[in-house]
Design a binder for this molecule. Sequence first.
Ligand SMILES: [Zn+2]
Length: 230
Amino acid sequence: MLDFTLAKYKDLCLAMLDSGYTPLSVHSYLTDNKTAKNKTVVLRHDVDRKINSALKIAELENDLGVTSTYYFRYPYTFKPGIIENISRLGHETGYHYETLSKSNGDYAKALALFINELEEMRKVCPVNTICMHGCALSRHDNRDIWKIYDFRDFSIIGEAYLSFAQDVRYFTDTGRSWDSKHNIRDFMNGQNKGELINNTDNLIELIRSGGTSTLYTQLSHIKNSPKALI
Ligand SMILES: [Zn+2]
């Protein structure tokens, strides 16, 4: 079976649910103190390009009773109608910022852009958390803006990389693989570098075998069509 399809993502979600994991959005994970932090899985989707695929994933998750977080780029995947639909399905909507890359490393300009783009997004949907876009071709790491400024000044309660502790096991499909080989910037402290998670079936096996507590997955590359892969 091909990997990174909607059908395979459904298998992954079912494995999480069958194994007793509670799927959470980034916002819920960071704010809900009542939720026991073991057997939770944070589900995140960075909508880098195909926003229609994001809507399909959002619908599938809704069918399964799962909520997750979708981060949208401005203006590339900022499509108000679709974002409103995703929000209506109960998912968290957030801002996938890349302003330090856009300003070519000018921090003041990057902050001004950040404020402006955040304001535009908040006209359409709630934005409580943010997530840097990796910008593999850029010299700049968009997270670095928070070495100088504080996102909490803008009513943002968390950042999808910086606000997570080291005990979270992070898996991302950047590079259309789980093993981080092609991954330049999409990692965080304590990431499972070097683990043998090559495909989604491996990740499903890991989940079904138990023995791991908090998982955090990021999927951008799920395709609608069972045929199309990359
Ligand atoms: Zn991205």
